[in-house]
Design a binder for this molecule. Sequence first.
Ligand code: ZN
Length: 421
Amino acid sequence: MRSLLVRNATLIDGRSAIDVLAEAGRIAAIAPSLPAPDDAQIIDAQGQLLSPPFVDAHFHLDATLSYGLPRVNASGTLLEGIALWGELKPQLTQDAIVERAMQYCDWAVAKGLLAIRSHVDVCDDRLLAVDALLQVKQRVKPYLDLQLVAFPQDGLLRSPTALANLKRALDRGVDVVGGIPHFERTCAEGAESVRILCELAAERGLPVDMHCDESDDPLSRHIETLAFHTQRLGLHGRVTGSHLTSMHSMDNYYVSKLLPLMAEAQVHAVANPLINISLQGRHDSYPKRRGMTRVPELMAAGINVGFGHDCVRTDGPACRADDIASANARLLRRGHRQQCANSGAGRLRDCGRQPGRFRAAAGARCRRGDPPARAAPRGGAPRGGHRAHAGVGGDTAVARSSRHGGLVTPTLSRRSDMTSR
Ligand SMILES: [Zn+2]
């Protein structure tokens, strides 16, 4: 494998004019003015940011690239999105899921993502999506860490076979226990589902990641129950609450009690800005709520906050962005600007692997404040352009393509080439 030398990069710790040398797929040296090996491919970063790989903490690979199938979401609501997925499921084939997921993995890697946690729907007795994504996980393993969450989309208790299917999915190798308590028939059933799933995770020694309180209802408080069972069962640090959008509408006094409970249980939070800014507040007249969980407050309470893409080209109303940088940029624009800008570098640093173990084929580069840019991964450029206009937007300098094996250098955009669609 050829050496790769990236010259004149800015690192996330603020150092500038730094060279990074990768040999045999691993970072070998980080210093100014490194000598170039004879066979090295050299890239001039021109002072732009060179970061560790991005991590997408929340995604749905089984549904990706299915926009318009079997029809478009007319209301733009989450509930119609879930109903549409239900209509599509009987028509799915394992090959089609694999094909779409592999195509998305190409796009993701070309945008600098080398780790994805994907939920996979287990409310299909055939477990087609589970088998498909387990196959995808093996195929992308050499270059992409794909972790799967057994997700009972139709409700653990609401769907008669969900619990049995979820256990079957775990038996087949799915890594994480999922849930969706706010979609159960009642609050009590939602709380019961949280108890069952946390106990299952404790029995099997698995992590938990639940879609939790993805709602505008301030009384959707399953995160409190999730923190309670995490504490009760000693699952500290292994449990994640995804979305948590009801928190944006909760009473402040209640939140002042809730956040310490989450911190005590070491429950992590994952926000999905691209999707929830579009989905939430659909029933509002005016004022219309933003739909974001309380990111600055969660972080101030010492709770880990990650960001996810959730969907790309699926049945949601505005799920068309193509990279995790856009998710962060959208967050920055929605009132979390300073806190997230400050935290961004730290989170990226945390997400990276140990020094010397970064995968050389994963350099994503961009410059803070750059206008949106369009990358062109070989094997199919995403249609349309980015909507990001601020923050950590940009394009990928070097990535590995799952279809083509070797290094890919997408066309780097010029300002004249940028889109504002
Ligand atoms: Zn989700």
